[in-house]
Design a protein around this ligand. Structure first.
Ligand code: PRP
Length: 215
């Protein structure tokens, strides 16, 4: 039997994923050592390998088959737009992609004006404004602390992830429109899905059952 390789988005998502996997009997003791700088972990018995990657790189590893399976946020799947199968909503990491800004910016969204939109997700933002709203906008790519942009006058609005809403609240911003709901998803390489169909289908089924039991 060959190894089935998993690419996990580093951080909280990977921790949640390993907790879920433990429930279906997939453990990886090596991975629990928080101080370790090791990037790849093996479960010899089950012939599984896990590696940690930056979230936006997970779909890349999966498309090229360097990983058979990836666990990554829906935001990253939409932004990266890679050729892969999205097979399961894992439920955790639930949040929303939203257009946000000061209340005073709401009118710019209603009157189809040429505004500036700052975001870490230019493809999602472009698709939303051009294809859904038919509004021409100027997109400005940022890499973090997106909420700063409307405060310092870089853009009128932002497209960003809202989880609890506290970052917005503490900076005097609001959700103006919702783009889409987000959560962690399992993605599969298209060739792996055919070659390892039985193993992968069993895994999906076991995960589904575990998720349902959690409620
Ligand atoms: C994300 C997101 C928002 C914040 C939303 O940023 O971009 O800033 O979390 O969460 P909240 O609604 O619970 O406040 P992250 O912390 O990942 O860092 P970043 O600003 O570097 O993207």
């Amino acid at each position: 039997m060959r190894y089935l390789t998993f690419a996990l988005g580093k951080g909280r998502l990977a921790e949640k994923t390993m907790q879920l996997f433990e429930k279906i009997g997939i453990t990886c003791e090596e991975m629990k050592d928080k101080d370790s700088r090791k990037l790849i972990f093996v479960n010899e018995e089950l012939k599984l390998r896990f590696f940690l990657a930056k979230g936006p790189d997970v779909p890349t590893y999966v498309e090229y088959g360097a990983a058979d399976i990836g666990i990554v946020g829906k935001d990253t799947i939409l932004e990266e737009n890679r050729k892969l199968y999205e097979v399961l909503d894992l439920g955790y990491g639930a949040c929303r992609m939203c257009v946000c800004g000061p209340e005073s910016a709401r009118e710019y969204l209603n009157h189809n004006q040429l505004i500036r939109v700052a975001t870490k997700y230019p493809h999602i933002a472009k698709d939303y404004f051009y294809n859904k709203k038919h509004q021409t906008v100027e997109l400005i790519k940022l890499n973090g602390s997106i909420e700063l942009a409307p405060i310092v006058g870089l853009s009128e609005v932002i497209v960003d992830i809202v989880e609890t809403g506290s970052t917005l609240r503490e900076n005097g911003l609001q959700v103006l429109e919702e783009v889409c709901p987000l959560s962690a998803r399992m993605v599969v390489n298209q060739v792996s899905m055919k070659m390892e169909n039985e193993r992968i289908t069993k895994l999906i089924q076991a995960l589904k059952t575990a998720i349902q039991q959690e409620g």
